[in-house]
Write a protein that binds this ligand. Structure first.
Ligand code: MTE
Ligand code: MO
Length: 159
């Protein structure tokens, strides 16, 4: 009986993983709703990076900048003037939120490639962590490695 329940809950949580959507919204020209399968069509990037467990892991996914560009966020030569006062607010399923400024993400400002990871060591991220997790390779601690990302909202810090 317990076995069947465990099996069912496992099936439902992986169903949740494949149907979970990521929304990109706010001050952008092209709002997006992306599923895991949509992300597979973007260029894949892997970061080999030490996790809290002290071991190196291969996190694979899509560069956050690629998603923002597809959504029509002001990046590159457009990231100047009042656009420099925009924030990127990332919200997770558990209500956890973190922000970035656009220059932390834009390759004209930084070499850091912030990742929206979907895999760790060749496996999809498990429920509770995935299907989407931000990885910030240059942060000294993983507080912005936000698990279970649901929305990415771009806004002006001052309306
Ligand atoms: N959704 C979500 N992501 C989160 C957190 C959280 O509370 N909720 N905590 C952050 C903090 S403070 C840390 S230190 C790391 C911990 O990552 P781990 O659970 O993989 O060890 O996750 C980060 N990502
Ligand atoms: Mo933390």
């Amino acid at each position: 009986m317990l076995g069947i329940l465990l099996l069912l809950s496992g099936a439902f949580s992986s169903f949740g993983q494949s149907t979970a959507t990521l929304s990109i919204e706010g001050e952008i020209t092209n709002p997006l709703e992306l599923k895991l399968t949509d992300l597979a069509r973007f260029k894949q990037v892997t970061h080999q990076i030490r996790d809290r467990d002290g071991k190196e892991h291969a996190f694979k996914g899509v560069a956050l900048i690629d998603l923002l560009e597809r959504a029509g966020v002001t990046t590159g030569s457009k990231l100047r003037g009042k656009n420099l006062a925009k924030y990127v607010l990332i919200t997770a399923a558990d209500g956890y939120e973190v922000i970035f400024a656009l220059p932390e993400i834009d390759p004209e400002f930084t070499d850091q490639v912030i990742l929206l990871a979907t895999e760790k060591d060749g496996q999809l991220l498990p429920a509770g962590e995935g299907p989407f997790r931000i990885i910030t390779p240059n942060d000294k601690k993983p507080a912005r490695w936000i698990r279970e990302v649901r929305t990415i909202r771009v806004g002006f810090a001052k309306e």
